[in-house]
Design a protein around this ligand. Structure first.
Ligand code: COI
Length: 411
C-alpha cells in the first residue's frame, strides 16, 4: 500500500469534517447548494473516484481545500436517481493486523479511495478468508448524520472472524473507524429522503499463504457509497422464486456468518432467476428441502393474521441486524413475532411476505414461485410490511424518537 495515508487525528485538525455547524438550511433544499463552488472544487481537487491513481498525502490537499470545502456541502450527484451501484467516494479507512490470527489491530488511517495491493498468495484470494459488513448512514434535516446500530455490525464481524480464524477489530475500533469514514465522506451522504450512505467494512486475510492455513496478516478496510433502493423494483413488491436444488448453506458450515463466500454461493441460482424475470431467490434448508432459510441478500418474514414468523438463526441463516430490529419493532407494535422453523407451505399460505436487510431495508414480496406454481400476495405493498418499514425508517432517519437507543448521531 502506498504511504499516502494521514492519521485521522491530522484530518480532524486540518479538515472540519466533524463541524457542529448545521450546514443545511431547514427545510432542506438542494438548490441551496453552491454548484459553482462544487464544480470549481472538482476541477481544483480531483478525487480518487475520478482518478484512482491519485493517492497523494492528505495533509496538504485537505488544508489547501479547506476554505472551499467548507461551503461545498454535497457531491454533485443525481440524488433523485440513486440505485444500488458503486459510486466511489473520497476516502477509505485501512487498518492492519500484522501478527496473524491471534494478533490485534493497530491504529488505522484514512486514505484516498483507490485500488489496494494484495500479494497473489493472500489468504482472501486463495482460500476465501474474508468477511464483510454493511450498514447505513442517513442525513437528517438538521444536517447531522445518523448511523444505525454500528455496534451490532462490530459484534457480528467479531463472531464471523472467530469462525473464519481471523482477528477482528475491537467494537470501539470498528465503530470509531465507521464514524471517521462517514465524516470524511460526508458530502456523499444523500440529502434527507433521497437515500443513504452505504458503509462496507471488509476484513480479509491479506498476508501470503500457500499451504492451507490462516493468513499471517489481516486488513480491515471500510469504503462507502451513496445508495438508493436495492431492488430495481424500488419500493414495489418483489417476485421471488424458491430454489429447490441449490443451497446457500449447510449445517456446520458458514451460512450464519457474513463471509464473502456465502454470497458467491448464491450467484448461480440468482443469475438464473433474474434471467427468468424474478427479482431474487429464496433458499430452502438443505436437509428437508422444506423449511425457509433466506433470500440471497436478506432475511424473510411471513405474516399470518397478527403473527409474524421468521426462520430462527441456527447456523445456516445470517443473523440480520434489520431482522433483529424488525422483530423488536414488530413486538413493540403488538404483533406476535416468532423465530422458528417456517415451512414452505406456510409461505404459500401467508397473508403477506417481506424481506429485511441493511441493503433492502423492508421489502414487500408480491409473489413467490415454488415448483412452477406462482402465489401472489396482493397488488400493493402489504399493510404489515408498510407499517414496519415506516416505523424502522423513521427511526433510522431521525424522524421518530429513538426509544431503543439504536442510532448514533454524528455532528
Ligand atoms: C446488506 O444488506 O448490507 C448486505 O450485506 C447484502 C449485500 C448482498 C448487499
Amino acid at each position: 500500500m502506498e504511504s499516502s495515508a494521514v492519521h485521522a487525528a491530522t484530518i480532524r485538525l486540518t479538515h472540519p469534517i466533524s463541524s457542529s455547524r448545521p450546514f443545511l438550511s431547514h427545510p432542506f433544499k438542494p438548490s441551496n447548494l453552491n454548484l459553482n463552488l462544487n464544480l470549481k472544487l472538482q476541477h481544483k481537487f480531483p478525487l480518487a473516484s475520478h482518478n484512482p491513481s491519485l493517492l497523494q498525502p492528505l495533509s496538504a490537499t485537505l488544508s489547501d481545500a479547506h476554505s472551499e470545502t467548507e461551503n461545498v456541502e454535497l457531491a454533485d450527484l443525481d440524488w433523485d436517481n440513486l440505485g444500488f451501484g458503486l459510486q466511489t467516494t473520497d476516502y477509505m479507512y485501512v487498518m492492519k493486523c500484522p501478527h496473524g490470527a491471534e494478533g490485534v489491530f493497530s491504529k488505522g488511517e484514512l486514505k484516498r479511495f483507490g485500488n489496494i495491493e494484495l500479494n497473489p498468495s493472500a489468504g482472501v484470494l486463495n482460500y476465501g478468508q474474508g468477511l464483510f459488513e454493511g450498514l447505513k448512514a442517513y442525513r437528517k434535516h438538521d444536517g447531522n448524520i445518523l448511523l444505525f446500530r454500528p455496534q451490532e455490525n462490530a459484534l457480528r464481524m467479531r463472531m464471523g472472524a472467530e469462525r473464519m480464524c481471523m482477528p477482528s477489530p475491537a467494537v470501539e475500533q470498528f465503530v470509531e473507524a465507521v464514524k471517521e469514514t462517514v465524516l470524511a465522506n460526508k458530502r456523499w451522504v444523500p440529502p434527507p429522503g433521497k437515500g443513504s450512505l452505504y458503509i462496507r467494512p471488509l476484513l480479509m486475510g491479506s498476508g501470503p499463504v500457500l499451504g492451507l492455513a490462516p493468513a499471517p496478516e489481516y486488513t480491515f478496510l471500510i469504503y462507502a457509497s451513496p445508495v438508493g433502493n436495492y431492488f430495481k423494483e424500488g419500493l414495489a413488491p418483489i417476485n421471488l422464486i424458491v430454489e429447490n436444488e441449490l443451497h446457500r448453506a449447510t449445517p456446520g458450515g458458514t451460512g450464519g456468518v457474513k463471509t464473502i463466500g456465502n454470497y458467491t454461493a448464491v450467484l448461480k441460482a440468482q443469475s438464473a432467476a433474474k434471467a427468468r424475470g424474478y427479482s431474487d431467490v429464496l433458499y430452502l434448508d438443505c436437509v428437508h428441502k422444506k423449511y425457509l432459510e433466506e433470500v440471497s441478500s436478506c432475511n424473510i418474514f411471513v405474516v399470518k393474521g397478527n403473527v409474524i414468523s421468521t426462520p430462527a438463526v441456527k447456523g445456516t441463516i445470517l443473523p440480520g441486524i434489520t431482522r433483529k430490529s424488525i422483530i423488536d419493532v414488530g413486538r413493540s407494535q403488538g404483533f406476535q413475532v416468532e423465530e422458528r422453523l417456517v415451512s414452505v407451505d406456510e409461505l404459500l399460505d401467508a397473508d403477506e411476505v417481506f424481506c429485511t436487510g441493511t441493503a433492502v431495508v423492508v421489502s414487500p414480496v408480491g409473489s413467490v414461485t415454488y415448483l412452477g406454481d406462482r402465489v401472489s400476495y396482493r397488488d400493493g405493498v402489504g399493510a404489515v410490511s408498510q407499517q414496519l418499514h415506516t416505523a424502522l425508517t423513521r427511526l433510522q432517519m431521525g424522524l421518530a424518537e429513538d426509544e431503543m437507543n439504536w442510532t448514533v448521531e454524528l455532528r
